[in-house]
Write a protein that binds this ligand. Sequence first.
Ligand SMILES: [Zn+2]
Length: 63
Amino acid sequence: MTSNEPRCIQCNRTDAEVPLIVLRSQGAEAWICPQHLPLLIHKPQTLVGKMPGAENLSAGEHD
Ligand SMILES: [Zn+2]
């Protein structure tokens, strides 16, 4: 596995498989696919440990 190959932080698919959205956080880059973008918005705690700064996010309030 190539360490610097962009992969979705949730499903590990590469940009050869799905479009990826780049995230910049704490000087680092992470990628997420559109299918998992809602996790970042609604369940950011799911991504703690997978992207820098996820622990600083709070879930969007749409209830
Ligand atoms: Zn994904």
